[in-house]
Design a protein around this ligand. Structure first.
Ligand code: ADP
Ligand code: MG
Length: 368
């Protein structure tokens, strides 16, 4: 079976107000697909160097148009939302049409730009909305009378190891149950709402509904940051009738994951309940780290058990990480010296993820 490495991109954002107020220094450099980081405590040391599939410079060199869209200045390497979609989103879309499962997830500390890349803000739409928009546009060009499409949308969050349905107003106490399909072995969320959607604007409406239902707790890092993992799942089915009237279904599941902040609880000054949240979030993310490490070891032919069962997040991402999926990870980076430790840890995480190899297959079956 053909193996495919997880595609990894990193992206560095502009300084935020807090960093400007503290006279932060730039520690990130990018050249081609390579990213380097300088230790502000040891500026004369050789910078640490990492190679990725893509290194996106979104730190400076852009202008805000009248409509608010950030565009690169002439000759600037600034990577716009459009550029990131072209490199990463278009591939997700193409794979979905071929019937592959696709996963896209964003990793990084709170305020590093995960949601900006995934969802975007205002006119600067991120990969998820652009990809959904393009999905329906492409479906609209279909001329084949024997082909029809079905799209469903669901959105959940994992908060303190509990799953909440973001399309539902009344979630059970303790969260929805995560169960394992006895035949396929895959984990799924029981009773999660999956709504059929017939247009991009319906998806947009559902995303807004889901976003407004998220659990939001403020931390010192970013007052509006989510301390939860948000997972949007789009199932895209193509039903094709052959000359004798038999139907087959090509099915692609797209998982789009905006992970909770990767920072340690203590660096955000969290106390009390927040600290417990932080500890749980880190448990879930450290489970993800362990899964990534185990998969990286497997790709080097070391025998290891992959500990998917250690957290809800890793159960639900099992296919995305070590199975039947084409997977892209975007690691969001702060440019500032004051975040050096967290940013270095993000770069190391991303570096390990590169080693993971998946075996994606086209999901095509007779319709019964
Ligand atoms: P996170 O989701 O990781 O907590 P956000 O995506 O909310 O972080 O980003 C924090 C802030 O930085 C937001 O105000 C966002 O607009 C800004 N930002 C992030 N990435 C970029 C970028 N590539 N270009 C311009 N601004 C960005
Ligand atoms: Mg966010």
């Amino acid at each position: 079976m053909p193996e495919d490495s997880v595609k990894v991109a990193v992206r560095v954002r502009p300084f935020n107000q807090r960093e400007k107020d503290r006279n932060a220094k730039l520690v990130i450099k990018m050249q081609g697909s390579t990213t380097t980081i300088t230790n502000p405590e040891a500026p004369s040391e050789e910078p640490k160097k990492f190679a990725f599939d893509y290194s996106y410079w979104s730190h400076d060199g852009f202008t805000s148009q009248d409509d608010g869209i950030l565009v690169p200045n002439a000759g600037s390497p600034y990577a716009s939302q459009h550029k990131v979609f072209q490199d990463l989103g278009q591939g997700v879309l193409d794979n979905a049409f071929e019937g592959y499962n696709c996963s896209l997830f964003a990793y990084g500390q709170t305020g590093s730009g995960k949601s900006y890349s995934m969802v975007g803000y205002g006119a600067n739409k991120g990969i998820v909305p652009i990809t959904c928009d393009e999905l329906f546009k492409t479906m609209g060009t279909n001329q084949d009378q024997n082909k029809r499409f079905e799209v469903t949308f669901s959105m959940l969050e994992i908060y303190n190891e509990q799953v909440r349905d973001l399309l539902s107003k009344d979630n059970p106490k303790g969260g929805l149950a995560v169960r394992q399909n006895p035949k396929l072995g895959m984990f799924y969320v029981q009773n999660l709402k999956k709504v059929p959607v017939g247009s991009y604007s319906e998806i947009e409406m559902r995303m807004e509904q889901g976003t407004s239902n998220r659990t939001v707790a403020s931390t010192n890092m970013n007052a509006t940051s989510s301390r939860a993992h948000t997972v949007v799942t789009i199932v895209f089915d193509q039903i094709i009738k052959d000359d004798s009237g038999n139907e087959t279904k090509k099915s692609s599941t797209m998982n789009l994951v905006d992970l909770a902040g990767s920072e340690r609880a203590d660096s955000t000054g969290a106390t009390g309940d927040r600290l417990k949240e932080g500890a749980n979030i880190n448990r879930s993310l450290s489970a993800l780290g362990n899964v990534i490490s185990a998969l990286a070891d497997q790709s080097e032919n070391k025998k290891t058990v992959v500990p998917y069962r250690d957290s809800v997040l890793t159960k639900l991402l099992q296919n995305a990480l070590g199975g039947n999926s084409k997977t892209v990870m975007i690691a969001a980076l702060s440019p500032a010296d004051i975040n050096y430790v967290e940013t270095l840890s993000t770069l190391r995480y991303a570096d390990r993820a590169k080693k993971i190899k998946n075996q994606a297959v086209i999901n095509e079956n007779p319709l019964d």
